[in-house]
Design a protein around this ligand. Structure first.
Ligand code: DQA
Length: 145
């Protein structure tokens, strides 16, 4: 089985309660359960969420030399964090940047990503499906080319 980390940044612990018309009505734990079922025997999916930039960086360091893939929604740090971008560049595991909302259809401060440049790819605007498609990529792409 491939080892995958889903890493959620600030405020994503409030999924289901937080602006549900943008981010949906379900908790991330519920989505996680269905991802684990769907990719059973293919992906071993670990989940970590933090509101603290440094903890997200620590997690990238701790799995980034041994896991097969990371699905990262860095929340608002996406738009600001050179430190997270540096951490992604420093590790070996490929990172896919995901967003629930279409950040390009929202406020202009969400149009810039500090991390896209160092990510393998970016999937956004498809709701929770953005995560699922990133998982599918890691499940199907043997060499992550
Ligand atoms: C988000 C978009 C960000 O702009 C925002 O700060 C978030 C969530 C998304 O998944 O759509 O926290 O990353």
């Amino acid at each position: 089985m491939k080892k995958i980390l889903i890493l959620n940044g600030p405020n994503l612990n409030l999924l289901g309660k937080r602006e549900p018309e943008i981010y949906g009505y379900d908790t991330f734990e519920n989505h996680l359960q269905s991802f684990r079922q769907e990719f059973e025997n293919i992906l071993q999916i670990e989940y970590y969420q933090s509101n603290v930039e440094g903890y997200l960086i620590d997690k990238l360091h701790s799995v980034g030399f041994s896991y097969d893939g990371i699905v990262l929604n860095a929340g608002a740090y996406t738009h600001t964090s050179i430190a997270i971008a540096d951490a992604i560049a420093a590790i070996q595991t490929p990172v896919i940047e995901v967003h629930i909302s279409n950040v390009h259809a929202r406020e202009s401060f969400r149009h810039h990503s500090a991390i896209s440049r160092v990510c393998k790819g970016v999937i956004l605007g498809l709701g929770i499906e953005s995560y699922r498609l990133a998982l599918l990529y890691f499940a199907r792409n043997r060499q992550n080319l």
